[in-house]
Ligand binder design. Sequence first.
Ligand code: NDP
Length: 280
Amino acid sequence: MGDPFDFGARPDAYAVMGNPIGHSRSPQIHAAFARQTGQRIEYTAIQVDPGGFEQAVGNFFANGGKGLNVTVPFKQEAWKLVREHGPEAERAGAVNTLLQDSPGHLIGRNTDGIGLVRDILQNHRGNIEGRRLLLVGAGGAARGVLQPLLAEKPQRLVIANRSPDRAIELAHDFADLGEVRGGGFTDIGNESFDLIINASAASLHGEVPPLPEHCLAEGGWCYDMMYGAEPTPFVRWGLEHGAGVSLDGLGMLVEQAAESFYLWRGVRPRTGPVIERLRA
Ligand code: NDP
């Protein structure tokens, strides 16, 4: 960890790697955290070509880089690259944060799930314990948030996905951590849920997953991991279906970044002002 008062030295280097990466808000978020906490860091966005991830990571750390975030499509590759994973990353099979604790020794962490749970519980004073949860999607994002969600002890968690087999497999992989079941959208039947989390990429295509009309309990919450300047299609779906609260994933994005920042620097930034600034 660098000395924040050593003004002569080059700032410690961090970056996010992905493809595409031009849209990433991570440099802005980490710059805000650094200003707020007085940490001297530089944080850049690096576009990496398919097939070039391992080399890019090697070069980054060989040139003195201190830590990396990893985003689409390299999270699974990052997991395979490191031998040591944080407990939350082990099962996720995906890593969004790389730390170097000694030269050549990288540790892989996944802060996405912690970010989601903090946004719901702390920023919005929501509840997960004892609630009925529906997780939509069975890709990397869904896998990454399952353990932190189940740690909050929901009454039960149903995973629904366009390809039912992937949801069934995911539920099977986490079955020892709680009451989890997977299937397709039609398998949801007449059940209703207190919290529906959209971890599918449907919003990216301007679509809403084909959920049964009455699957949101009265006053239940909707959470779309996607975010944007306008309400996402799923946020709108929630409002149209009587959600008490319908949120997008900007808070999750800032919270996962804060957890990465904390892992790297040992200092926890305040997230509220940063979320507000990004919304403005
Ligand atoms: P993946 O490509 O790994 O998985 C995509 C998932 O979405 C699959 O389950 C896929 O179903 C499903 N899907 C894709 N298109 C549709 C559609 N039109 N209708 C219904 N389901 C669909 O992506 P990720 O899991 O990495 O990311 C998912 C979302 O989460 C993205 O929108 C991403 O931006 C967001 N995200 C947000 C974060 C944040 O900090 N806010 C952090 C991480 C992710 P199938 O299995 O059938 O292909």
